[in-house]
Design a protein around this ligand. Structure first.
Ligand code: NAD
Length: 462
């Protein structure tokens, strides 16, 4: 696999300040496929300086021209989609079909949406005797995880570019090759030097240096709640803006009268997709006591169909972590009805699609984000009970409600403490604001709400 041995700073690949490297491992066979430089505070400083120097020019570039560059970026992502899918499969382990359909396609949609928004957004409005300008926040420090490696980069970089911000990206250690490919795409799209910069490296070194750099105006972070809390605290101390897209433990609530077979099938697919490594996954299925046994049987059948179609987890550490959660579920008295903690293959970071029944709301597996292919099925007595269980975690990122009709599902969804809810199997909308209530985060990504995160107002009075 081709890898750059430098950082993309100020429009060119430059040697890293230090000599340390990060091994990139394919989790399907645990072979090392590449090495990338492990950036230091020095690399981050060089990148932030480049971004700051490029800021006045990019901020003053007409929105139509910014839109044209983002459209060119989208076109490069389209042209290189097979390479993108192959790279995500190699370093994340996602099955090729999922890499094509989701990891390579979704960023194209999101980049396209920001090309359109940059051209049409009202960066200026009249309010009474004022003209209010929406101006770029400044230099963005973007820190991204590995689970949707390109999507999470594009969900930050595209709106930042549309707003007129400049960016330094620190991608996840496990998936730096996708980030390097993205930097090549930025270059090919003719985005001016210094507007986008890439520093690969370890979270506690390069990530922390970026989050704490005084030259960064907004830190946009996606990842674990533990790291997010630290980044939020540091940003607060520096009076710096921060956007946090953190963990989730979403509920899939199946109300009586819903199409049970469909709700369970879609729910299982939602949890097992990307090997369960989706922050918005509906990992808790809530079923009325009268339909509970039938739902468990349907879920076991659906999980059993996955077999070899499920990819590995991203690395051995995540595999061990997820297997530990499965053991904890058994210890705490949940009933294992599919899968289990044993590794299904001799090599590779695989975990079997796993389903637990008789899960109660206080169990660890019902409270903590597992980030693996593990579904917990909980029982409720009535709607109030279902709502209490659905809201009984520190998270509030997403969810689903199924009912006999949309009105019933909507009434329930309005009472959920969560940022996004799919009604009776509603489709993902790349323009709808994505982000959490409670400890799932601060701020929103995607669409016009995602663009607003990268803007600040200036009011002129007449
Ligand atoms: P993480 O939070 O450690 O890493 C996310 C990003 O933050 C990476 O780029 C990492 O290098 C960086 N980082 C780590 N420590 C940092 C620090 N001190 N300062 C600045 N940046 C730092 O997440 P992880 O280890 O990759 O995954 C652990 C858990 O996080 C997962 O099991 C899952 O529960 C959760 N997670 C959530 C999401 C999400 O989309 N919400 C994505 C990935 C992981």
């Amino acid at each position: 696999m081709k890898a750059h041995d430098g950082m993309y700073i100020d429009g060119a690949w430059r040697p890293a300040a230090g000599r340390d490297t990060i091994e990139v491992v394919n989790p399907a066979d645990e072979q090392v496929i590449a090495h990338v430089p492990a950036g230091t505070a020095e690399d981050v400083d060089a990148a932030v300086r480049a971004a700051r120097a490029a800021l006045p020019g990019w901020a003053a570039t007409a929105p139509a021209e910014r839109a044209a560059r983002i459209a060119a970026l989208r076109d490069v992502l389209v042209a290189r989609k097979d390479e993108i899918a192959g790279t995500v499969t190699a370093e994340l382990g996602a099955p090729p079909s999922f890499s094509q359909a989701v990891h390579a396609r979704l960023p194209v949609e999101v980049a396209g949406s920001y090309a359109e928004l940059a051209a049409s957004y009202a960066f200026e409005e009249r309010i009474g005797n004022s003209t209010v300008y929406a101006e770029p926040v400044g230099v963005v420090g973007a820190i991204t995880p590995w689970n949707y490696p390109l999507h999470q980069i594009v969900a930050k970089v595209a709106p930042a570019l549309a707003a007129g911000c400049t960016i330094v990206l620190k991608p996840a250690e496990d998936t730096p090759l996708t980030a390097q490919l993205f930097a090549e795409a930025v270059h090919a799209a003719g985005i001016p030097a210094g507007v986008f910069n890439l520093v690969t490296g370890l979270g506690p070194v390069a990530g922390q240096a970026l989050a704490e750099h005084p030259g960064v105006d907004l830190v946009s972070f996606t990842g674990s709640t533990a790291v997010g809390k630290r980044i939020g605290a540091a940003a607060g101390a520096a009076v710096k803006r921060v956007a946090l897209e953190l963990g989730g433990k979403s509920a899939n609530v199946i109300l009586p009268g819903a199409d049970l077979a469909r709700a369970v099938a879609v729910g299982v697919a939602n949890v097992m997709g990307n090997s369960g490594q989706t922050c918005s996954a509906w990992t808790r299925m809530l079923v009325h006591t009268s339909q509970y046994d039938e739902a468990v049987a349907l879920a076991v059948e659906a999980a059993g169909k996955y077999g070899d179609r499920i990819g590995p987890l991203v690395n051995a550490r995540q595999q061990a972590r997820v297997r530990g959660y499965i053991e904890k579920g058994v210890e705490e008295g949940a009933r294992l009805v599919a899968g289990g903690p044993d590794a299904p293959r001799e090599t590779g970071c695989y975990v079997s699609p796993t389903v637990f029944a008789d899960v109660t709301p206080e169990m660890t597996i019902a409270q903590e984000e597992i980030f693996g292919p593990v579904l917990s099925i909980l029982r409720y007595e009535d709607e109030d009970d279902a709502l209490r269980i659905a809201n009984a975690t520190v998270y509030g990122l997403a969810g689903a409600v199924w009912a006999a009709d949309d009105a019933t599902a909507v009434a329930f969804a309005r009472r959920m403490d969560t940022g996004q809810v799919d009604i009776n199997g509603g489709r993902f909308n790349p323009l709808a604001p994505f982000g959490g209530h409670k400890q799932s985060g601060v701020g929103r990504e995607l669409g016009p709400h995602g663009l607003a995160e990268y803007l600040q107002t200036k009011s002129l009075q007449f």
